[in-house]
Design a protein around this ligand. Structure first.
Ligand SMILES: *[C@@H]1O[C@H](CO)[C@@H](O)[C@H](O)[C@H]1NC(C)=O
Ligand SMILES: *[C@@H]1O[C@H](CO)[C@@H](O)[C@H](O)[C@H]1NC(C)=O
Length: 260
């Protein structure tokens, strides 16, 4: 009896140990979770990130522009969002083959740089990300997404897409500053709109926040990949800024970064 009792106690202790170590292992695993890079997906998304630079809005909306073919054929645009004042452009649509809503943001265009855009390459991390103590972000990128007509247009279109197609995945993409906006958008959808299955994949995206922000971000939007100079992908992109080569490149020592 006595022996049985202690045997039982030992079993309980053992079970708890196993449970605790199992939980710890899970926790660790989720902490080191990295998004899995899918090259096929990247070669598709670079075409979406590139098409948003097209200036013929009619062709873009009907998905008949010169870059609206090939791997993105059949894409259905739900909304084009254009902020003329800030020279921003984005679209939201549904790619049935990816089973996803795709959101693409345009970076700045070389010949239409406005002062405020130029500013944001030089400004320091100078605003707090709301609700996250210690997380600082670049105000230029933050406001380009949060303080223009882009955000309400995107959110409205994502809601409509979900009404039409159900709870499909969301993929946000963009090049350069468009990538920075895609990241803020992905985070916004997760944090403020309870979106599930949000994926962010960007090309040549500048850093947008400090280390606290980066850790907060990767916790909330773990499925994020920043492609910085994928050799076979770059040729498909619109030209990088000749005026800011150091600014757009020197933060990215790695080909495929992951918020490090
Ligand atoms: C990579 O992405 C493509 C396109 O979405 C998909 O068809 C494929 O199954 C993915 N591969 C893996 C290993 O997830
Ligand atoms: C945000 O937008 C409002 C309205 O357009 C504007 O008055 C304000 O200056 C903007 N704030 C920043 C920091 O850009």
């Amino acid at each position: 009896m006595e022996r049985n009792g202690s045997w039982l106690r030992a079993m309980v202790v053992l079970t708890c140990l196993v449970a605790v170590s199992g939980a710890r292992e899970l926790e660790v695993r989720s902490k080191v979770h990295k998004a899995v890079y899918n090259h096929t997906l990247a070669t598709i998304l670079v075409e979406y990130a590139s098409a948003v630079y097209m200036s013929d809005l009619t062709e873009l909306f009907s998905w008949t522009c010169p870059r609206c073919d090939g791997k993105t054929k059949g894409f259905e645009v739900i909304e084009l969002i254009v902020d003329i004042q800030h020279c921003l452009q984005a679209y939201v649509g549904v790619a049935e083959d990816l089973n996803a809503v795709v959101i693409a943001f345009r970076g700045t265009q070389e010949h239409s740089i406005q002062n405020w855009v130029e500013d944001l390459y030089w400004k320091q991390l100078d605003i707090n990300y709301p609700g996250m103590p210690g997380a600082m972000v670049h105000h230029g990128f933050y406001y380009a997404y949060h303080n223009t007509t882009i955000r309400p247009g995107i959110l409205d279109a994502v809601m409509r897409a979900k009404d039409l197609y159900g709870d499909v995945n969301v993929i946000a993409t963009g090049h350069s500053m468009g990538g920075a906006m895609a990241s803020f958008c992905g985070l916004d959808l997760v944090v403020n709109h309870e979106a599930q299955n949000v994926q962010v994949l960007t090309f040549g995206q500048p850093r947008i926040g400090n280390a606290v922000f980066a850790s907060y971000y990767s916790d909330r939007v773990p499925n994020t990949i920043r492609i910085t100079n994928g050799h076979d992908i770059v040729p498909h992109l619109p030209p990088y800024y000749s005026r800011f080569p150091q600014k757009t490149y020197h933060h990215f020592p790695r080909e495929i970064g992951n918020w490090q």
